[in-house]
Write a protein that binds this ligand. Structure first.
Ligand code: SF4
Length: 375
């Protein structure tokens, strides 16, 4: 939910929190050193005071109170929704949130659990008191910060209303974690993940395909699978690496110290990761435009073979077919692998390939540039 201008908001939230009400409890990232991450570079971290956050909550609650009154008077239906949209444009975001499926709240920015547990509890309590309709409260958290909290503290947060924690695992390989300056070891990642689950919170792990580059892709895939196997997060969200110009990893690449993988290599890495996932029950999501094969998603163990089949179908294509699909996907012509059977889309993707060949343009570099549009 987009808040009114008086309410402070951070720059990002997870993609699946698009409809969420955003409440900023800290500003920026307390770590801010990850080489692959452009989001808060140059920005200083600070905690917001509990009073400030409460004021924002009060302001949002006041808008929602107006929506609540209208709904109580007119009922919850499309007519009421349209009436509010027409006659109270200032309540646009409040009404969209009211009608959203989960009535979810996302606490910003990068590592909200860095607040003292008492401060978080006060914020959660105030939030639920002022906006009792909240259905789910989620936040980003760093593994290292989580590993400094006791399971008891996390349980208190859960009892106070926190439901889900999004953690950037990125890799389970210590060499990769160290190189990209993640500031957490695989042991800390496991410890933090287990604590979150023991506390009864829902855990969403984010991993970055391609983060080990050509030199470390095997270790990256296998060790990441090992961490996931030990933790068994509820959700595994896959992102493929893109080298944003503000991310220091881009300089590493320019200086020849990081050797990025191409789309096909990343798909091979993804296969190796999936092959090594054992005994887990979570769900993988690839619903990000940076991923080549969006349809590699499903729940373990039942969807494993189907996901591997999608990967194998891509890998079995001729080189020309792979390039057509990659270019079609990266230029927005295709979404899924089978979209390449659409003849007009196929013709367009083929033309781009021919054009690139004619110009002598490096397709890999062209695709790398294209992915930057999605950041
Ligand atoms: S990836 Fe997360 S922890 Fe790392 S710098 Fe970015 S926001 Fe901070």
């Amino acid at each position: 939910m987009e808040n009114t201008s008086l309410i402070e908001q951070g720059p990002i939230r997870p993609p699946n929190e698009a409809e969420s009400l955003l409440i900023r409890v800290t500003r920026n990232c307390p770590w801010n050193r990850c080489l692959f991450c452009p989001v808060y570079k140059g920005e200083k971290f600070s905690k917001r005071s509990v009073e400030e956050v409460k004021r924002d909550i009060d302001e949002i609650a006041a808008s929602l109170e107006q929506v609540r009154n209208i709904v109580e008077y007119s009922g919850v239906d499309e007519g009421t929704f349209n009436h509010i949209m027409r006659n109270h444009p200032e309540l646009l975001s409040a009404v969209s949130w009211w009608y959203s499926k989960d009535r979810s709240v996302f606490l910003q920015d990068a590592d909200s659990v860095i607040l003292k547990t008492g401060e978080m509890l006060e914020i959660l309590q105030h939030l639920l008191e002022k906006i009792p309709e909240v259905g789910r409260i989620t936040t980003y958290a760093r593994s290292r910060t989580l590993s400094h909290k006791s399971t008891e503290e996390l349980k208190e947060l859960k009892e106070a209303g926190l439901s889900r924690v999004h953690v950037g695992l990125e890799s389970g390989c210590d060499e990769v974690l160290e190189y990209v300056k993640k500031g957490a070891t695989s042991t800390q990642q496991v410890e933090a993940g287990k604590k979150v689950k023991e506390a009864g919170l829902i855990l969403s792990h984010y991993i970055i395909l391609g983060l080990g580059g050509r030199n470390k892709w095997r270790e990256h895939a296998i060790k990441t699978a090992e961490v996931i196997n030990q933790v068994d997060p509820d959700f595994i969200r896959v992102r493929s690496l893109a080298l944003h110009s503000l991310a220091p990893l881009s300089e590493e690449y320019q200086a020849g110290r990081f050797n990025p993988m191409n789309d096909e290599e990343v798909v091979r890495e993804e296969r190796l990761l999936l092959e090594n996932l054992e005994g887990i029950t979570g769900t993988i999501y690839s619903d990000h435009i940076l991923n080549l094969l969006e349809e590699v998603q499903g729940t373990f163990p039942e969807d494993r073979e189907r996901m591997l089949e999608v990967i194998d179908n891509f890998l079995a294509l001729s080189q020309e077919e792979k390039e057509i699909f990659i270019l079609g996907r990266r230029t927005g012509i295709f979404r899924y692998l089978n979209d390449r059977f659409n003849s007009s889309g196929r013709e367009r993707a083929k033309k781009i390939l021919e054009q690139l060949r004619k110009q002598g343009t490096d397709t890999e570099e062209f695709v790398r540039e294209l992915t930057l549009r999605y950041l």
